[in-house]
Design a protein around this ligand. Structure first.
Ligand code: BJW
Length: 244
């Protein structure tokens, strides 16, 4: 492990353009359940059964109760040492970008600026009539499902399975992938597309991939270095060894 950290640090010292991708694992140490694995279950539903437009159409009340439960947890959570280390990377690398799959907004609360939330944000809602978005921060929600002023049901402004990633977010992601020479992938199981394909895209153009996760994932086969452990331990240890 210490040899692997040395290799990662050595590469980062030579990196001109750093791209970081995060998933639910980065927020696990803030007390937010991940999607897959035992703590991903909510009342015996799997995330895959709730995070779809079909589930919402069929039963918006159950889907909103799941979001209300998650908003309750996230509303009390604070960014952890892993989020803060990524903010330090932004300060260290003049050419830096973060793509997060998380909708919890915790990266934003560190003050990070160069970020795209590729799956949206769960504090933002969208009218199902005209797609107008607004912020809704009530915890718990006053009514379930919440309604727009126009009377129509609101939905969370997030990307569900089978829905397209907003064009601007996807374009920004491909743009930063083409620029970066090192990609660090943190706390994602690497099974949800399109992000699951990003490490291979960076490898194909000659980039270096560093993975940080508790356990091996499909990304491990692509990564040049895999660091197994908590992101809240590993990322600050790396940040500490970079010039600032
Ligand atoms: C730690 C840790 C610690 C724990 N430290 N690590 C190509 C091939 C096959 C299928 C598809 C394809 N292209 C598209 C699809 C379909 C689909 C898809 O990917 N399906 C797969 C499941 C097969 N993708 C889509 O539909 C996407 N849309 C799209 O591509 O549009 C075009 C298109 C559509 C259809 C067909 C073809 C093209 C949209 C995907 C939207 C995903 N939405 C969700 C919900 C968001 C809203 C919400 O949060 O409520 O996004 S699902 C959920 O999964 C959420 C997450 O962002 C996402 C990824 O999960 P993540 O972050 O990886 O979490 P976990 O729990 O899986 O993993 C946590 C990891 O952390 C683990 O590895 C732990 O070990 C680790 N960990 N503690 C470090 N302390």
């Amino acid at each position: 492990m210490s040899d692997d950290i040395d290799r990662a640090v050595e590469r980062l010292r030579r990196t001109k353009s750093l791209l970081v991708i995060t998933g639910a694992g980065i927020s696990a140490e803030s007390g937010i359940p991940t999607f897959r694995g035992n703590d991903g279950l909510w009342q015996n539903y799997r995330a895959e059964e709730l995070a779809t437009p079909w589930a919402f159409e069929r039963d918006p009340v159950t889907v909103w109760k799941w979001y209300d439960w998650r908003r309750g947890i996230i509303g009390k959570a604070e960014p952890n040492a892993g989020h803060l280390a990524i903010k330090r990377f932004e300060e260290t690398f003049p050419d830096f970008f973060l793509i997060t799959q998380n909708v919890d907004g915790l990266h934003g609360r560190t003050g990070i600026r160069k970020i795209v939330e590729i799956h949206g944000n769960l504090w933002r809602v969208r009218c199902t009539r005209d797609n107008r978005t607004s912020m809704l921060t009530d915890v718990p929600l006053k009514t379930i499902p919440p309604r727009c002023e126009c009377g129509e049901i609101l939905r969370p402004d997030v990307v569900w399975f089978g829905e397209s990633i907003p064009t601007e977010a996807l374009q920004a992601s491909y743009n930063v992938m083409s620029l970066c020479d090192t990609l660090m992938v943190v706390g994602t199981s690497g099974v949800v597309y399109p992000v699951a394909s990003f490490p291979e895209t960076v490898k194909d153009k000659g980039g270096f991939v560093i993975e940080v996760n508790m356990e091996p994932t499909p990304i491990t086969n692509v990564a040049d270095v895999s660091l197994f452990g908590k992101s809240g331990d590993i990322l600050p240890a790396i940040a500490e060894r970079l010039p600032h």
